[in-house]
Unconditional design. Structure first.
Length: 372
């Protein structure tokens, strides 16, 4: 039988991303029982310490799939209604008519109409998420700042609405998932970190996945280099950062191996029920933080290649780091990739990111990893 994983092609594709300008990256690809893992480049640009495929990494909004799965578990138990108004549970955080009109499902699929809080939490990000005409100074100003999640939610809820509840396309907003964290805590009587750890992370047997206890990443990891559209040159290390700016909706630390295991088990119906998984895979159009319209479910989004079936997963970015994990609907083919630099594109005069060789190299890696 022909080997389903082309190791040479994968190694070349990973190396090409490094050559295109990413300091270091690592990946794992699975096809049935076959597993390939590889890495290229450095974890520390100053010392030349190499990256390895088993490093721990901040995975950003990939955490949203974990949060969504936890909420769906509570829907299964009857403690949360998927189409119930959020005002029933959190009347102080989303008061009045909006609390009556926005449902839990709308938070999960970003059709609530609630604005992104980040421009208000990081004052110099005045054009976030386009980020045009902004400076990187706020990253240093807030590196060790401890944010109160209800304060962040208040910024998003009181900001001008970006749409009417339920309207499509929705707009991707971290405000939605901070509210889901509060909803989880109210329904379970424990912190979201504790609930997700016990009922999602431990249920999936993820030995290298967890929420950070402070601003540091425990265990072997890479430094994270933020380029801020060429405004930070050379890119600066932001691997030490207080992640309360996104809270437990985007602060997980994991490995590419754990991510592949998690999405495989989720799509096999081993984290939530099959009926809950079907709800997670019901998509609506949502405008991403990059300004692209994507199909988005409940903490999941699809990618489809020619004749290769649909893949489900999520991407995530933090200051200096990024990751993408996608698993085919049948669970057999899985890909997880982590990179240690972000915002490498420079901006044109209108604030639009210009193409960069890294973009094409990453697209080629994803294509080889998912479709062979």
């Amino acid at each position: 039988m022909k080997n389903a994983l082309d190791s040479a092609a994968l190694e070349t594709a990973v190396e090409n991303v490094h050559r295109a300008g990413i300091p270091g990256l690592f990946a794992e690809v699975r096809d049935g029982d076959q597993v390939w893992s590889g890495a290229a480049g450095v974890a520390d640009a100053a010392t030349g310490r190499p990256v390895t495929a088993h490093m721990r990494h901040r995975v950003g909004s990939i955490t949203k799939t974990f949060t969504a799965a936890a909420v769906l578990q509570q829907v299964e138990s009857g403690r949360i209604g998927l189409d119930a108004p959020v005002g029933r549970y959190l009347p102080k955080l989303v008061p009045g008519e909006r609390g009556d009109a926005i449902t839990v499902r709308m938070l999960l699929n970003h059709t609530s109409g609630l604005a992104e809080y980040l421009p208000y939490a990081y004052p110099s990000l005045k054009a976030f998420p386009a980020l045009a005409d902004t400076g990187p100074q706020s990253l240093d100003d807030f590196r060790l700042r401890r944010f109160d999640p209800t304060e962040l939610i208040g910024m998003g809820v009181t900001a001008p609405a970006v749409g009417a509840p339920g309207d499509a396309p929705g707009l991707y907003s971290n405000t939605n998932y901070l509210l889901l964290v509060q909803l989880l805590e109210q329904a379970t009587g424990t912190t979201a970190e504790q609930y997700i750890t016990r009922n999602v992370i431990e249920r999936a047997g993820l030995g290298n996945t967890g929420f950070p206890a402070g601003p540091y990443v425990d265990g072997p990891h890479s430094r994270l280099y933020e380029a801020w559209f060429g405004m930070i040159d050379p890119p600066r290390d932001y691997s030490v950062y207080d992640m309360s700016w996104v809270g437990p909706s985007a602060s997980l630390i994991s490995t590419v191996s754990d991510l592949n295991r998690f999405y495989g088990m989720l799509l096999a119906g081993e984290i939530v029920s099959r009926s809950s998984l079907a709800q997670m895979q019901r998509t609506v159009p949502v405008v991403s933080q990059e300004g692209r319209t994507i199909d988005y479910g409940l903490g999941l989004h699809p990618m489809e290649g020619p004749g290769q079936g649909v893949f489900w997963g999520h991407g995530g970015t933090v200051w200096g780091g990024g990751a993408l994990a996608m698993t085919r609907a049948d669970g057999k083919r899985r890909m997880a990739v982590a990179v240690n630099m972000q915002r490498w594109n420079r901006l044109d005069p209108s604030g639009k990111p210009l193409p960069h060789p890294i973009d094409a190299a990453l697209a080629a890696l994803y294509s080889v990893a998912m479709y062979g």
